[in-house]
Design a binder for this molecule. Sequence first.
Ligand SMILES: Cc1cc2nc3c(=O)[nH]c(=O)nc-3n(C[C@H](O)[C@H](O)[C@H](O)COP(=O)(O)OP(=O)(O)OC[C@H]3O[C@@H](n4cnc5c(N)ncnc54)[C@H](O)[C@@H]3O)c2cc1C
Length: 457
Amino acid sequence: MTHVAIIGGGPGGYEAALVAARHGAEVTIVERDGWGGSTVLTDCVPSKTLIATADVLTEVAESLELGVELPSGVHADLAKVNRRVLDLALAQSSDIGERLSSSGVRVVRGTGRLVEGTTVEITSADGPTETVVADAVLVATGAHPRVVDSAQPDGERILTWEQVYALQEVPEHMVVVGSGVTGAEFASAYNGLGARVTLVSSRDRVLPGEDPDAADTIEDVFRRRGMDVLGNSRMASVEREGDTVRVTLTDGRVVEGSHCLLALGSIPNSGDLGLAENGVLLDDAGFVRVDRVSRTTAPGVYAAGDCTGVLMLASVAAQQGRIAMAHVLGSAVHPLNLSEVSSNIFTSPEIATVGLSQKKLDEQGIQADVAMLPLAANPRAKMQGVRDGFVKLFARRGSGTVIGGVIVGPRASELIHVVSLAVMTSLTVDQVANAFTVYPSMSGTVAEVARRIHRPE
Ligand SMILES: Cc1cc2nc3c(=O)[nH]c(=O)nc-3n(C[C@H](O)[C@H](O)[C@H](O)COP(=O)(O)OP(=O)(O)OC[C@H]3O[C@@H](n4cnc5c(N)ncnc54)[C@H](O)[C@@H]3O)c2cc1C
C-alpha cells in the first residue's frame, strides 16, 4: 500500500488526502492551525460570508428605482455579522476534519517538516514528536499576509485581512491599502456595509492585471458609490494615533481614517519546512517550484496550492493536490491547464473570467475575434435595475472556438460556468449562440455576444 504524508490541511492538502484515501492509499495529514486552512478559517470563506451581507445592503440601497420604499436606517450589525462569519468558518472546518477522519485519513494536529527524502517529522503542541516514513510527500502549507516594517498591524485599527472579523462596529472610515483582488473585494464590502472607504492603489487603476474593461467598470462603480480611489498612490507608512490611523503616501500626502486594512499580497509558508535541505527548489520569493503535475525538484516530494504561487486560488490548490495524488498513485493524470481556470472577484458587481485574456492573446500572438455587450441592454437586467457590467468573449479566428471570456455583473461567478464549459470542451461561438437561453435571462447576453462573433461564410 502506498503511504502518502501531507503537510497542510487547506484545500491543497485535504482534497488530495480525500482522493488518495479513495484510491486506497494510506494517508497521514498534519495540520497546524485548523482543518480547511486559511481558505476556510481566515481568507476565502470568511471574506465571502462578509460580502454576502454587504451585497444584500448594496442591493437594498439600490432598489429605490424598483419602487421599494426603504425604512430609514437599514444597516449591518457588524458584531452579529462577524460572529456569523466566524461560526460558519468553524463549522466548515469541523466538517472537513470529520470528513477526513470518516474517509480513513489519519489526521494529526501539529507542525510537519520534511526531514529526509520522503520522511516527515511531526511536532504536536502538547504531544510527542513522531516520524512518518512515507512513499510520497505533498507540501500544501499555503501562505500568509505580507506585512512591512513601516505598517505594522495592531489587530485593532491597523489590520490584515485575517484580523478584520474582530471588528464590532462598521468602521467610520476604512482606508484599504492595495487594489489587487483582496483590496478591491474588501473595499467593495466595507462600502456596501456603509463605511466611508478610501482605496489606496499604487497603480493608475484598480485591479491591475485584470481585464481593463472590467477594471474600469468597477472603478467607475466604486467612485459612483462614494469611494475615494487614489490612483498612483504608494503607501510609505501607516501609524496609529489613538482612534485615528494615518496612512502616509510616498509623495508626502497623508490619508487619515479610523481603520486601515493592509492588502499587500502573500508570502509563501515555505520556511522551516526542511525543503531546500532536501533538494526542493524554491524561487527567489520562497515559492516552491513545481511542474504541471505538482512535482517539486526532489523525488517523491510534491507541492500544491499557495506555497507554489502558481495561481493563488482555492480551486487551483485543490486541483494541484488531486493531480499530485493521481501521479503518485498511477491514475490517469491530467496536467494542470491554467487556460481553463475560471475565477471570480467578489466585488459588487462581480468580475468573472475564464480562459485566455486579451493580455495573454497579445503575448502569445493568438489571432482572436472579440465581442462585448453591456448587460444594461439585456431585458432581465433592465427589469432588475442592473446598470453595470458586460459580457465579453474571445474566439479563435477561423475556427470560432471560444477560448476565453469575461463577465462583469451580479452573480457573474455563476454565469461564467457556461463560458467555462465552452472553453473546456472547445465549443464554437455558433454552438454557444444556438443553445437555447431562457427569456428573459442574463445568459441571453452570453448567447448574443457569441452570435456577434459569428461571421457568415
Ligand atoms: C482574503 C482572501 C480571499 C480569498 N478568496 C478566494 C476565493 O473567493 N476563491 C478562491 O478560489 N480563492 C480565494 N482566495 C485564495 C485562497 O484562499 C488560497 O488560494 C487557498 O487558501 C490556498 O489553499 P492552500 O491549501 O494552498 O493553503 P491554505 O488554505 O493556506 O492551507 C494551508 C494550511 O497549511 C497549514 N500549515 C502551514 N505550515 C504547516 C506545517 N509546517 N505543518 C502543518 N501545517 C502547516 C496552515 O496552518 C494552513 O492551514 C482568497 C485569499 C484571500 C487572502
